[in-house]
Design a protein around this ligand. Structure first.
Ligand SMILES: Nc1ncnc2c1ncn2[C@@H]1O[C@H](COP(=O)(O)OP(=O)(O)OP(=O)(O)O)[C@@H](O)[C@H]1O
Length: 294
């Protein structure tokens, strides 16, 4: 993505998001374990992984509605969830967040008012976002009568009312046909070109091709944080799905070795050193790579 001038109030070298050692425990389950990554400004970052791996929990941590058990997340120079971020971070959840019994315009006016916008400022913002998501022809239609793709665009329009510096989206293209998905990605790419950082979760690996950087996740752990080309080069794989499977296999093998070592240590403390030497070292499990902009 092309870079633009940093937005006011944010020093140029600060990433939009930096998470360090993030851990979230829910009930007895460790949902996120030692997650570390950064998101440069003006960059589209895809968060990919199978259902239940912790993507929504990670997004909620970035938005500040999920309390971390350990580690920290900085967003635009503030702790995630800080009051100063309220108008600078947009969040599009998986569940519908707009009112089906209101029209597109009524929804947008309602949410703009809830954000404290009044008068011409509110109308300007509403007209701008309707154009941005290409919903002008449906502005007076009840949301209940829109298609899935149009419905998603209304949610996106709400998140854009404030011109956010960071837009966090939870599977925004799930269930949409390929043409609508492509149209939405055009909007995402335009926003990034204008300087917005986007963190987008998906379990569709082919969406990876549209992202500047990827976070690959499995069972609450990051397997990789890299741009696509570096990821493919590192794993020597032809596509992201294959690279993901390669990293999953490496991670499963590393876990099995760790279990073997622990078992050997408890049974034969004196021999466990030998086993350590015989097995390959568990190098850093997450593959991190930075591109020129991070
Ligand atoms: N309220 C909760 N209490 C306890 N555990 C939860 C809660 N919500 C989610 N989890 C668990 O946390 C794990 C991660 O859930 P999360 O929703 O973050 O995954 P996900 O990758 O976003 O899944 P999906 O792609 O299906 O939306 C899951 O194993 C889930 O069972």
């Amino acid at each position: 993505m092309q870079q633009t001038e940093p937005s006011p109030g944010l020093p140029g070298d600060l990433p939009a998001v930096s998470a360090y050692g993030l851990q979230v425990i829910r009930g007895s389950q460790t949902v996120l374990a030692n997650v570390t990554f950064t998101i440069p400004r003006g960059c589209i970052v895809g968060l990919l992984g199978p259902s239940g791996c912790g993507k929504t929990t990670l997004l909620r941590s970035v938005v500040g509605v999920q309390q971390a058990t350990a580690g920290h997340v900085q967003v635009l120079g503030h702790a995630a969830g800080a009051q100063q971020l309220k108008t600078r971070v947009g969040y599009v959840t998986q569940a519908p967040s707009v009112y089906a019994d209101l029209t597109v315009l009524e929804n947008l006016r309602y949410f703009a008012a809830a954000l404290g916008m009044r008068g011409w400022r509110r109308e300007d913002a509403v007209v701008r976002v309707v154009k941005e998501v290409d919903l002008a022809d449906y502005a007076d239609k009840l949301v209940a009568r829109l298609s899935g793709g149009q419905y998603s665009r209304v949610s996106l329009a709400v998140a854009l009312l404030n011109k956010p510096d960071l837009l966090v989206m939870d599977e925004p293209t799930v269930g949409l046909d390929p043409i609508v998905r492509r149209e939405l990605w055009v909007v995402f790419q335009r926003l990034a070109a204008e300087g917005t950082a986007l963190l987008i979760s998906s379990h569709v690996m082919d969406e990876a091709d549209r992202c500047d950087r990827l976070l690959l996740m499995r069972s609450g752990r990051l397997l990789a944080s890299a741009d696509r080309a570096t990821l493919l080069g590192h794993t020597r794989c032809a596509d992201v799905e294959e690279a993901f499977m390669h990293l999953v296999e490496a991670s499963v093998a590393a876990e099995a070795r760790a279990r073997q070592r622990a078992a050997a240590q408890s049974l034969l403390p004196d021999l466990s050193g030998l086993l350590d030497q015989a097995s390959a070292p568990d190098a850093e499990r997450t593959f991190f790579a930075t591109d020129a902009r991070s």
